[in-house]
Ligand binder design. Structure first.
Ligand SMILES: Cc1cc2nc3c(=O)[nH]c(=O)nc-3n(C[C@H](O)[C@H](O)[C@H](O)COP(=O)(O)OP(=O)(O)OC[C@H]3O[C@@H](n4cnc5c(N)ncnc54)[C@H](O)[C@@H]3O)c2cc1C
Length: 388
């Protein structure tokens, strides 16, 4: 029997685990982290490495450890020094530094000893504890369960892209693990106008100069962060919590998120590639794709047509609540509350049921627009720890 069982070993689940262990709220043998991947943060490592992201968008105080300046302190140690790299303003840490700091925390806490590779498909309340069923047949018991399932496994495919794929077009989503841009690609069309599309456009226009086109529905929108930093504190969160209607909260989240935006330094890099002729940028919308065995022709609403060897989607993730399909029987059996958007209605301590908690995307109606980010993970687990 475990004390705490975390479902999902991404940024959210690992932040929670590091807090539990560092603050001695649970011992390593009483903690389990269930994730289908071999090691912690697999989806994060995949998504960030595939776009060659050099720096995080968030500042250096957003990391997985409870102490505020842990990452900065680590950057001054013998181990961290060789990776130390920050981008001003806001001291955004280099990705390598951030990832090495995570590894350091996992070693320090022996987190790997709590790791159980597997996929949960059912959750049942049994008298005083929860029973967790894994696809490989394992059954685990725990007093508390923390849902930390993110959206990384659910890349968003627009309808026209699904049709194009069915019709045999050479098309992939940047965050899909199995599919990659084929090695033989000599020309590429990137779809999307946010930070991911921008990173991809920079990467690919350096690899294939003058043979990359980026298509975005809007011009490049500059925002330093993906939501106003006021959402990290009472300035904006007071109003959010004052809203008793979850529809209103959902709308506040929607309006707060600077979707499809990027910081100024990334915009400058994209602009440089456009100016030197390595990248073509088109503000337009795709209406359909026509393809044969050698070419993929993207037809735009303006009537223009762009042909390339491959189409790369940088269209983000699905917005529906992750894990909700397999959680459905639990929701029905335990009468768990969900808002009309399908997301859980949690208590202020992020509890959904007796001994059942959620952080990350599933906690956003309580944590607000930053819930999915590293800062949201910190806020989430701090709330849970305060309540136990
Ligand atoms: C390219 C990129 C850059 C970003 N940069 C920043 C940044 O600079 N700063 C910032 O704060 N945020 C950033 N973010 C946003 C955010 O921090 C990430 O999206 C974060 O990785 C989400 O973590 P997560 O744990 O919620 O989800 P995930 O990464 O999706 O992890 C969830 C894990 O749960 C597992 N899982 C799912 N279902 C089950 C199941 N049934 N059983 C067991 N396990 C399951 C998954 O396999 C996965 O490993 C960035 C995101 C991306 C994509």
């Amino acid at each position: 029997m475990f004390d705490w069982l975390i479902i999902g070993g991404g940024i959210q689940g690992c932040t929670a685990a590091v807090y539990f262990l560092k603050q001695k709220k649970v011992s390593i043998d009483k903690l389990a982290i269930i994730d289908p991947n071999e090691k912690p943060l697999s989806m994060w490592l995949h998504c960030t490495s595939t776009i060659d992201m050099p720096y995080l968008r968030s500042p250096s105080i957003h990391h997985l450890a409870p102490a505020h300046f842990d990452l900065e302190k680590f950057a001054k140690t013998t181990k961290g020094k060789s990776y130390a790299s920050f981008y001003k303003p806001y001291d955004r840490p280099g990705l390598q530094l951030f990832n090495t700091h995570c590894e350091h925390l996992f070693k320090e806490t022996n987190l790997q000893n709590s790791w159980i590779q597997g996929r949960v498909f059912q959750l049942k309340k049994e008298r005083e504890y929860w029973k967790v069923f894994l696809k490989d047949g394992q059954q685990l018991e725990s007093n508390n369960v923390l849902l930390a399932i993110g959206l990384s496994e659910h890349p968003y495919w627009p309808d026209w892209a699904l049709t194009a794929k069915e019709n045999g077009a050479s098309i992939s989503h940047i965050f899909e693990c199995e599919q990659k841009v084929p090695d033989s690609t000599k020309s590429l069309t990137i779809i999307g106008g946010g930070i991911t599309a921008a990173h991809a456009a920079i990467k690919w226009s350096r690899l294939l100069p003058s043979r990359v086109t980026q298509i975005s529905r809007h011009s490049l929108r500059v925002h330093q962060f993906d939501s106003d930093p006021g959402w990290l504190g009472p300035k904006l969160m007071r109003n959010f919590h004052a809203a008793s209607s979850y529809e209103k909260r959902r709308e506040m989240i929607r309006l707060a998120r600077h979707r499809g935006s990027l910081p100024l330094d990334i915009k400058a890099k994209v602009s440089k590639q456009i100016k030197n002729g390595s990248l073509y940028f088109l503000q337009d919308e795709v209406s359909e794709v026509q393809s044969d065995s050698t070419r993929n022709e993207v037809k735009l609403q303006s009537g223009q047509k762009i042909s390339s060897d491959h189409i790369l989607l940088a269209t983000g993730f699905h917005q529906s609540p992750p894990g909700i399909e397999w959680l459905k029987p639990t929701i029905e059996e335990r009468h768990l509350q969900c808002a009309t958007c399908g997301y859980p209605i949690l208590s202020t301590s992020l509890q959904w049921d007796d001994g059942l908690y959620a952080i990350g995307a599933l906690s956003e109606l309580e944590i607000g627009p930053v819930a999915r980010n590293i800062s949201g993970a910190r806020r989430g687990i701090e709330r849970i720890l305060k309540s136990i």
